[in-house]
Design a binder for this molecule. Structure first.
Ligand code: UD1
Ligand code: PEP
Length: 436
């Protein structure tokens, strides 16, 4: 297994190009199963999870063409990850309705083929995703939403077996009791081909949902209320191919914004949008960092600043994202004073705390909250990544720490950060991958 070695204590200064959003691409790619026409996606990131989704869609019958185009912001198209990937997905027919355990266990987002397969093919058999390091993560709300559209669902042998009624799915009112990103995505993809009107209440409003709804609209779907918590869908009998550019990754943007802050440096983030992460930017400004919006992104400047501790509570969009909680904790471990970080979305998303403690961080957990007392210095150590955002929070802490840190289990990081070493090294970080 690869590891990452970082010699900390260097102030970062430079420019980073943000990749396409992993979580938007993972939602949009399964939409190819809704039509026999080609779905052309640009700005697709090069990440392990995207490879897993390609494998899954190919075994459902999608033909996949994969090409790189030069990134508009880089001459070579390869510097600091700045190549935009163009994927063409065409599922002329559905070859298999089964999403097997071997793929689903590697990537929970595999469950997003359920809605499209059911809507177009009338049948889907998808391995239950199971829990993961951050929580139990049930899919009961996905299933209830599909049942509301008329699907008959049984659970057997670790698989979800879903069948549409004769004549296909029927529009319905779906009211989510709690906000679920994946649940909203599955319900939306099923509803676009259901007969009649579907109303999704308490829908997630994450930008990735908006990206999916925009792509579905380009494919011929009728969706009102995009970007709000009520989605109103008029079902159509067929969708067609389309071209869609994946939106920039707001979590990658926020992570590198915090890399500037934690090293008291300055980074210009290009190819992204400040409006995708307003809550993170506002909280960052409260610590004393300057954030300057620009046409193609924003610059974070923490040079010569003393950062103050600021409390955060994770919430659905537009609140502070749970996917930035671990990175925020690393930053707070180096800020002046105490801060309280409350995790409201996942019940077990503090696995990074003991690893940060190994680097000298002072953090105490009380139920769903962590109290962080900032320290003037963290120190390098050998640490272990437990999940995607936990792993990048250790990278951030290592950039600020005195001495050498080795992060183990880097495969978590590779799920969500494209060419992370190259992007950070371009800003002056001493970082290298130790190949297994
Ligand atoms: C691939 C992807 O896009 N992943 C993101 C997605 O995950 P994901 O779509 O899995 O997250 P959800 O929004 O569904 O989960 C929110 C909460 O609802 C619970 N829940 C969800 C579904 C369900 O059927 N029953 C249920 O109880 C979950 O356990 C969790 O406590 O949104 C999360 C919340 O922003 C992010 O952290 C993940 O990065
Ligand atoms: C939790 C995440 O991803 P997933 O839902 O795929 O586990 C994430 O992107 O931080």
């Amino acid at each position: 297994m690869d590891r990452i070695r970082i010699e900390g204590g260097r102030r970062l200064d430079g420019t980073i190009t943000i990749s396409g959003a992993k979580n938007a691409a993972l939602a949009v790619m399964p939409a190819c199963l809704l039509t026999d026409g080609p779905l052309v996606l640009t700005n697709v990131p090069r990440l392990m999870d995207i490879e897993s989704m390609i494998t899954l869609l190919a075994q459902h019958g999608a033909l996949v063409e994969d090409a790189f185009a030069p990134h508009p912001n880089t001459a070579s198209g390869t510097a600091d990850g700045g190549a935009t990937r163009r994927l063409t997905l065409r599922a002329a027919t559905i070859a298999s309705a089964t999403a097997p355990y071997d793929i689903v266990r590697k990537m929970r987002a595999s469950v997003l083929v359920l809605g499209p397969l059911l809507a177009r093919h009338g049948h889907a058999r998808v391995s239950l995703p199971g829990g993961c390091a951050i929580g139990t993560r049930p899919v009961d709300l996905h299933l209830k939403a599909l049942e509301a559209l008329g699907a008959e669902i049984t659970l057997e042998g670790g698989y979800i077996d879903a069948r549409a009624p004769a004549g296909g799915l029927r529009g319905a009112e779906i009211v989510f009791p709690t906000v679920t990103v994946g649940g909203t995505e599955n319900a939306l993809m099923a509803a676009v081909l259901a007969q009649g009107e579907t109303v999704i209440e308490n829908a997630a409003r994450e930008p990735e949902i908006t990206d999916l709804a925009t792509c579905l609209t380009a494919m011929g779907a009728h969706i009102e209320g995009i970007g709000t918590n009520t989605l109103r869908i008029q079902g159509v009998t067929a969708l067609h191919g389309a071209e869609h550019a994946i939106l920039p990754d707001r979590i990658e943007s926020g992570t590198y914004a915090l890399a500037a802050a934690i090293t008291r440096g300055r980074i210009r983030l290009q190819g992204t949008r400040a409006d995708l992460l307003q809550a993170v930017i506002e909280t960052l400004e409260e610590t004393g960092v300057t954030v300057t919006p620009e046409a193609d992104g924003f610059t974070v400047d923490a040079r010569d600043r003393t950062l103050r501790g600021v409390d955060v509570m994770t919430k659905p969009f537009p609140g502070f994202p749970t996917d930035m909680q671990a990175q925020w904790m690393a930053l707070m471990a180096t800020a002046e004073g105490a801060s309280m970080i409350t995790e409201n979305i996942f019940e077990n998303r503090f696995m990074h705390v003991p690893e940060l403690a190994r680097m000298g961080a002072d953090i105490n957990i009380h139920g769903g909250s962590a109290i962080v007392r900032g320290r003037a210095h963290l120190s390098g150590a050998e640490v272990m990544a437990t999940d995607l955002r936990a792993s990048v929070c250790l990278v951030l802490a290592a950039l600020a720490a005195e001495g050498e840190t080795v992060v183990n289990r880097v495969y978590h990081l590779d799920r969500g950060y494209e060419t992370v070493e190259a992007k950070l090294a371009a800003c002056g970080a001493a970082i290298e991958r130790l190949r297994a």
